[in-house]
Design a protein around this ligand. Structure first.
Ligand SMILES: Nc1ncnc2c1ncn2[C@@H]1O[C@H](COP(=O)(O)OP(=O)(O)O)[C@@H](O)[C@H]1O
Length: 287
């Protein structure tokens, strides 16, 4: 078990104590860790040199910006798992039971799930991945609070944080246009964005990402993608998650990327910003 997972696991398996006490446990551990100055690399032998391991990246960005789409493409390119905490929450929602009921009411009000539940889900996901030999990751939707970011910083080295940005009026439309195939799980978007430039502000065009014919009759919409809930998620993002951008900016890890348009326009530019154009060419040549 990696040190990162060991730490997350230990936060979530402390006997049968209630969830609320686990947060204070995490906080006091963080406090002790910083007091004991155990954050230096020499006292943390598990922190491997980035050149000897797979990438450990984080994707940040408002709901609807396309984090999942770009994180998933990059994870294929770099052969590391794409771990989206929103997907972990939705998998849990698909089960029945008290946890699913609790999650459903939080998610459908556009609020954040508690840090403890998220650590628990993430820790299980990392453990399963490790058993399959996974290493490295692209995290999407985590960390979303300063506390989550602090804990992540304590347990592992994040090499890079990509902050995807898109103008606010487009975000809402992109969320409302999202569709998922209930059979294959594919993600699509039926929104057509065509905003003309005005008063010196550039316009933006984004073609819809339409499903193949065999998925059309199976499309569903996420229950939290209604206008009211999306507006609340955007508000919660600005309040709780925007400070996470500053957390990484101040550590010199944040790469800001303004999406210029849809995937055909944005993908090559994102690869260029990440110095990965060669990687993409090599993979296309090998395909
Ligand atoms: N790191 C996290 N911390 C707390 N809640 C989370 C986290 N990740 C996901 N969630 C919950 O799952 C929901 C869906 O997440 P996600 O698919 O990432 O949505 P979004 O489109 O808002 O980025 C969030 O609104 C939130 O309730």
């Amino acid at each position: 078990m990696t040190a990162m997972n060991r730490f997350l696991r230990s936060l979530t398996s402390l006997s049968s104590r209630p969830f609320s006490s686990l947060v204070s446990e995490a906080e006091s551990r963080l406090h002790n860790l910083s007091l004991s100055k155990s954050t230096s690399r020499s006292s943390q032998p598990w922190r491997r040199d980035p050149s000897e391991r797979n990438v450990q990246w984080v994707f940040l960005g408002c709901p609807g910006v396309g984090k999942g789409t770009y994180a998933s493409r990059l994870s294929h390119l770099l052969a590391v798992p794409h771990i989206a905490t929103g997907d972990l929450v939705r998998e849990e929602l698909a089960n029945s039971g008290p946890l699913a009921d609790e999650l459903s009411s939080i998610v459908n009000q556009g609020q954040l799930v508690s840090d403890e539940i998220i650590f628990n889900l993430l820790s299980k996901r990392l453990e399963n991945g490790e058993a399959k030999g996974e290493s490295g990751f692209i995290l999407d939707g985590f960390p979303r609070t300063i506390k989550q970011a602090e804990i992540l910083e304590e347990v592992t080295d994040i090499d890079l944080v990509v902050n995807l940005k898109l103008r606010g009026d487009v975000l809402l439309e992109k969320c409302l246009g999202r569709r998922i195939c209930s059979e294959c799980g594919g993600n699509f978007n039926v929104a057509t964005i065509d905003i003309k430039g005005e008063n010196g502000r550039p316009g933006i065009c984004m073609a819809p990402l339409l499903p193949p014919p065999h998925c059309v009759s199976k499309l569903i919409t996420r229950s939290d993608d209604t206008e009211e809930v999306v507006q609340e998620r955007l508000r919660v993002y600005n309040k709780m998650s925007q400070p996470v951008e500053e957390f990484y900016r101040s550590r010199g890890k944040l790469l800001e990327f303004d999406l210029p348009g849809g995937i055909p326009e944005s993908w090559p530019k994102l690869l260029a910003a990440l110095n990965l154009e060669d990687h993409d060419h090599k993979q296309s040549a090998a395909a």
